[in-house]
Design a protein around this ligand. Structure first.
Ligand code: PMP
Length: 406
């Protein structure tokens, strides 16, 4: 019956993570999967989340189905966090926000909705992007192309090529953009670059689809939402830009397994937001009917209780600052070793790239050597998760990197 089924090769990152789990070496270091680990190499439980959970246990009772679109308090908290409570787009009610099963669920619900209502559009993603972007949009029936993004020569952004490519896209093309902390490269647009890109998007009548899975890990919670707020405020074409935002709390609340995410569709007016919300509810109904309760209520409680929110913001800030410090340490440790061997190449991209990830520029062969000879796990594209570094492993990583780079 099932012999014709093609074997699934597995997700490259999850497969690597499983291989890491099986590796018997005690000094192994996992810099592959996008998970934030603390100084002990453990997944943190944020104090604000723990406090919210204690409160929630007291209040726990019956568990009815949630509405298809999720809990109202959660949806409002998401909107306020992404757009700012005072943003015109929020106040005028022209954003349809739904609670989804992780950021992935948000991406998928939005992709299915777009395929139904914009069947002739194609999707354009950055080169490179998170592998699952292509898989999800192709899975929803779209053709997926790429626009230039990462510049291997500099470890930075090829913004002019990106802009030129986006300028050529037909109206209603769907352009997937990372709001901050680009996965996998760690390379982001500056505010000035966003300010040049957004009017092009408006003039060309494109549909931006913004993925924000690392809010708070780049420059700060509010700063990282800058592009989303700027898109929502743009009036270059006379009317607002309509766009999609898939967001995730997996990393920013360290609630990976609770699957807390959202999809927000920014519409020209409140009436169209109501139409979009209706069809998005239908999309959810046909897929999984409604989202789960627990994790979303933890997030909503934290975000809507001033003391917990302040505690969470401080904890997230500390995580961001800690990653930046570890990047600095890796940069100087590696730099010293390279220079000692007479290698003067510029490795500043380790500190200019933002968020959890860095493109190290290592080849697949070098990544294989790192894993086989030094038990240091990176993704074969050369992507390193800097959030897997800690004071106990950073020097070993610098030494291992130097060995394979020289
Ligand atoms: N987008 C990007 C860029 C991501 O890196 C991730 C998580 N790896 C997601 C979306 C999905 O987040 P979630 O785990 O909440 O589904």
């Amino acid at each position: 019956m099932f012999q014709h089924i093609e074997p699934y090769a597995g997700d490259p990152i999850l497969t690597l993570n499983e291989a890491f789990g099986r590796d018997p070496r005690t000094d192994k270091i996992n810099l592959s999967i996008g998970i934030y680990f603390d100084d002990e190499g453990k997944l943190p439980v944020m104090a604000a989340v723990r406090a919210a959970e204690a409160q929630q246990l007291q209040a726990a009772g019956v568990r009815p189905y949630q509405p298809m679109e999720g809990a109202a308090n959660y949806r409002q908290a998401v909107q306020h966090l992404l757009f700012g409570a005072e943003h015109e787009a929020v106040k005028s009610g022209r954003i349809a926000t739904l609670q989804t099963i992780g950021g992935s669920g948000g991406l998928k619900v939005g992709a299915d909705f777009l395929k139904r209502w914009f069947p002739d559009s194609a999707v354009w993603v950055s080169d490179p992007t998170w592998d699952n972007h292509r898989a999800m949009f192709e899975g929803a029936g779209f053709k997926v192309g790429t626009y230039p993004y990462y510049d291997a020569a500099t470890g930075g952004l090829d913004f002019e090529a990106m802009l030129a490519a986006i300028e050529q896209l037909p109206a209603r093309s769907i352009v997937l953009l990372h709001a901050c902390c680009h996965n996998p490269s760690g390379v982001d647009l500056t505010h000035a670059q966003w300010a040049r890109l957004i009017p092009v998007i408006a003039r060309r009548g494109l549909i931006p689809y913004v993925d924000i899975a690392y809010q708070g890990f780049g420059d700060g919670i509010e700063e990282d939402a800058w592009a989303i707020r700027a898109l929502a405020a743009d009036r270059t074409a006379g009317t607002p830009i309509s766009f999609f935002v898939a967001s995730s709390f997996s990393k920013s609340f360290s609630l990976y397994g609770e699957r807390c995410g959202a999809l927000s569709v920014v519409c020209p007016d409140a009436a169209q937001a109501e139409l979009a919300l209706g069809q998005l509810r239908a999309t959810i109904r046909r897929n999984y009917s409604s989202p789960p309760t627990h994790g979303g209520q933890l997030v909503a409680r934290v975000l809507q209780t001033p003391a917990l929110r302040a505690q969470w913001a401080a904890e997230l800030d500390a995580m961001r600052v800690r990653i930046a410090a570890l990047r600095q340490r890796l940069h100087s440790g590696l730099g010293e070793r390279l220079r000692a061997a007479g290698d003067t190449r510029n490795i500043d991209y380790f500190i200019t790239q933002r968020g959890m990830f860095s493109y190290t520029g290592l080849s697949a062969t070098q990544v294989d050597r790192l894993r086989e000879e030094h038990a240091v796990y990176l993704v074969r594209s050369g992507r390193m998760c800097a959030a897997g570094l800690n004071p106990n492993n950073v020097d070993a990583v610098a030494a291992a990197l130097a060995t394979v780079m020289l």
